[in-house]
Design a protein around this ligand. Structure first.
Ligand code: SF4
Ligand code: SF4
Ligand code: FES
Length: 258
């Protein structure tokens, strides 16, 4: 039976405590009240028996992307995971995101993501068009609107198996959030940067993605990362590479020695 909203009960929590050198799961029995989310329980723990428990959060409304963690092994936002989705007698285990180094307790060093963000060339406006003169079809505006809902929680980055268990892939793989950003720019009708799909394939590890859709499954904004960004960009990368006209053009116009 699922807990009703009116229940107040003690629940068994296991919370990961430690830093980048050592750590362990610590057991707590914590009061749970009607309408609470997991972040409320973490705050109650801080106020009672674990005053030094570290957790990152800001909005408590699913919008800042700060409170990402793993709850019973599943990547989730602490502030958007309601306690009434667990049985009252269930053990609720809260651990930091696994893909990034732990700073302390539930707080990770997510700077990998900022490094990847900086590697993507920004929007390049066409020659001779000034800001304020950009014109786009509404259909093109709407196409990329979905990707702009991203709250940068990095749950997709944390989940992707290409880096989750393979530290060695981090250097050459941007991860779903930043491949999606490249797809968004590649779809932009005014972006004059060049062939972003080929760049994503050759320099940002698009080829590592085997479209398992795990990133899409954990996205709290329900962005269809794989279907609407990664798969179309993979198709464009292949289309351009094997387009016979592009191939012929490359043959004819290839510079001597290249
Ligand atoms: S679909 Fe691609 S990017 Fe998303 S989790 Fe799977 S391998 Fe990673
Ligand atoms: S795409 Fe979704 S899961 Fe990934 S960082 Fe953005 S909001 Fe989070
Ligand atoms: S605290 Fe902002 S998303 Fe959870």
């Amino acid at each position: 039976m699922t807990s009703t909203e009116k229940d107040t009960h003690l629940q068994h929590f296991r919370v990961w405590r430690g830093d980048d050198t050592k750590g362990e799961l610590v057991d707590y029995a914590v009061e749970v009240n009607e309408g609470e989310v997991v972040l409320d329980i973490i705050h109650r723990l801080q106020a009672t028996e674990a005053n030094d428990l570290a957790v990152r959060w800001n909005c408590k409304a699913g919008k800042c992307g700060s409170c990402s963690a793993e709850i019973n092994g599943r990547p989730r936002l602490l502030c958007m995971t309601r306690m009434n989705t667990f049985e009252p007698n269930e053990v609720v285990t809260v651990t930091p995101m696994r893909t990034f180094p732990v700073i302390r307790d539930l707080v990770c060093d997510v700077s990998f993501n900022y490094t990847k963000a900086r590697e993507i060339p920004s929007f390049h406006p066409p020659e001779g068009v000034e800001p304020g003169e950009y014109r786009m079809q509404q259909v093109d505006v709407e196409r990329s609107q979905e990707f702009r809902k991203c709250i940068e929680c990095f749950l997709c980055q944390n989940t992707c198996h290409v880096v989750r268990d393979h530290e060695e892939n981090k250097e050459s793989f941007s991860g779903p959030r930043y491949l999606m950003r490249q797809a968004e720019l590649d779809m932009h009708p005014l972006d004059a940067h060049g062939n972003r799909a080929a760049e994503a394939q050759e320099e940002h590890g698009l080829g590592f993605c085997n479209i398992t859709k795990c990133c899409t499954e954990v996205c709290p904004e329900h962005i269809k990362i794989t279907d609407n960004a990664l798969i179309p960009m993979k198709e464009r990368a292949v289309d351009r590479k094997y387009d016979p006209l592009v191939w012929l053009g490359n043959k004819i116009f290839r510079r001597p020695g290249s």
